[in-house]
Ligand binder design. Structure first.
Ligand code: ADP
Length: 264
């Protein structure tokens, strides 16, 4: 609690009074702590690849390595660490853009043509799936033509969910994306038969930088921000997201988009 007391004097009068303001600052503190944690995490996440890049460059420029194969290996590490930095910076910028965005009202919302968008998303993700021998299928209910959503957000949401479904899957696995209507909502399901998420981690996976297995996420090129971005996107577009998962069986994310929301 923060308590603020001010003595009040009325002009030309001897009457005095007190103004007492009692403010619950729990939320403010909580927000401040979250911000501090985020800055500390960002610093750490940026430092790790930078330190590694610097180390490999120093080793290469010292001239101590003669073996061409080792040199190529080091150059490849520098390349992939640089890509990781680029992804990280892109994700941080996306998140900070979303942070300053309030809920999109119905009049500001675009109508996303589901078929056309899913077609372009499929083309983007096809290669990733093929590389892991994963079958990617997209099933859209014909009834569902358009959804009220910001189109850039829609694309980013689908890419992040499908990317995870491929990343946290085994070779030869399966990813199924379904879109259909249920009552007055559009439902998107992104289902995989991959490694699954332990029950104790489920409530935390939408937090910034939270990963079930840090090593695995890093190796797969993850930044730990994908689902935090998804959660924000869903919120600003008046929608909801939930997840069901069983370890070693797979994970399904469900996004629910109201089709005829009233402006708040
Ligand atoms: P990352 O960049 O690490 O993938 P995300 O925010 O996208 O970060 O996801 C957070 C964590 O949730 C991941 O590190 C992973 O442990 C877990 N996760 C997300 N999607 C899936 C999935 N489809 N299957 C299994 N685990 C998942």
């Amino acid at each position: 609690l923060s308590i603020y007391v001010k003595q009040i004097y009325y002009s030309n009068s001897i009457k005095t009074g007190f103004l007492i303001v009692i403010q619950d600052i729990t939320q403010i503190r909580k927000y401040e702590n979250l911000r501090k944690d985020f800055v500390a995490n960002v610093t750490h996440e940026l430092k790790t690849p930078i330190t590694s890049i610097k180390g490999f460059i120093e080793t290469l420029t010292s001239g101590g390595i003669e073996d061409e194969n080792i040199k190529i290996k080091f150059y490849n590490i520098i390349d992939s660490e640089t890509n990781r930095l680029i992804h990280l910076v892109e994700d941080i910028l996306t998140l900070s853009g979303l942070d300053s965005q309030t809920t999109i009202t119905q009049s500001e919302q675009e109508l996303v043509n589901v078929m056309a968008y899913m077609d372009s998303i499929y083309s983007l993700m096809e290669k990733l799936a093929e590389d892991k021998d994963i079958s990617l299928s997209i099933q859209i209910d014909e009834e569902l033509k358009e959804v009220p959503f910001n189109s850039n957000h829609f694309k980013q949401l689908m890419i992040n969910l499908i990317d995870n479904a491929i990343k946290y899957n085994k070779n030869g696995g399966c990813v199924i994306v379904k879109m259909y209507m249920k009552e007055s909502n559009a439902i998107i399901e992104v289902q995989d038969d991959g490694i699954g998420i332990p029950k104790r981690d489920l409530p935390r996976i939408f937090e910034r930088f939270y990963r079930v297995d840090k090593g695995r996420s890093r190796q797969a090129g993850g930044t730990g921000l994908g689902l935090a971005i998804v959660k924000h996107i869903v919120q600003v577009n008046n929608s909801t997201i939930r997840v069901e998962s069983i370890v070693d069986k797979g994970t399904t994310f469900f996004v629910e988009i109201p089709l005829n929301t009233e402006d708040a």
